[in-house]
Design a binder for this molecule. Structure first.
Ligand code: HQG
Length: 182
């Protein structure tokens, strides 16, 4: 398991790699990658801590890859802010018939009127199973509803889905007509 300090570093990595790279003096490339060496220097963290965070992060939020130039880079697998212009380059994937989204009950009326919107992020995030959707909703409220998204029908109607490296389903918007309350 991660130590408390490593969990704190993990949060800092999420902030920098998804939302505010400039606070660490970093610039993400078009795919959202930064050299591992630059991140270590910017966050003054050890390689051991970085490896632990990448390996034991509860959601596998970070991916490490060696480029064609031999440089080792790291990026967040999903969750980027709209203000950070990153294209993960994920291919379109045929979704399952249903996907799920957990949200505070207080959002329900607005969602059934306007659909699911990406808000500050690049995509609406959907889960492949109900327990995961419940956990996502509980980050924000104890009173959570799980919405069933008719992903198969959406795909048939031309909506595009992607799946992040850590298994989160991504799409641009979900119209209310494809949402039911489970
Ligand atoms: C809601 C975590 C009212 C939406 C998770 C959500 C996920 C609306 C909130 C990832 C709405 C946005 C993303 C509408 C959407 N009216 N409320 N029309 N449309 N909402 O955090 O899906 O731990 O941007 O239901 O596991 O909660 O960070 O999205 O409650 O994968 O790696 O607006 O964040 O991953 O909140 O979570 P978020 P999310 P990490």
């Amino acid at each position: 398991a991660l130590s408390r300090d490593q969990v704190r570093l993990s949060r800092r990595m999420s902030l920098v790699l998804r939302h505010r790279p400039e606070v660490a003096g970093l610039i993400l490339d078009a795919g959202g990658w930064v050299p591992v060496a630059d991140l270590l220097a910017a966050l003054r963290m050890s390689r051991t801590d970085l490896d632990a965070v990448v390996a034991f992060n509860d959601k596998s939020r970070f991916a490490v890859s060696v480029g064609a130039d031999g440089v080792e880079r790291i990026r967040a697998s999903q969750g980027h802010s709209r203000r950070v212009s990153v294209d993960l380059g994920l291919p379109p994937v045929e979704p399952p018939v249903n996907l799920y989204h957990g949200t505070p009950r207080a959002n329900l009326e607005s969602i059934m009127r306007d659909g699911l919107r990406p808000r500050g992020r690049h995509h609406v995030h959907l889960s492949g199973d109900v327990p995961t959707a419940l956990a996502v909703g509980r980050r924000r409220s104890a009173d959570v509803v799980v919405l069933t998204v008719a992903a198969g029908a959406m795909a048939a109607a031309g909506h595009v889905f992607h799946r992040s490296a850590n298994g989160v389903w991504l799409t641009s918007v979900v119209p209310p007509s494809h949402i039911t309350v489970k």
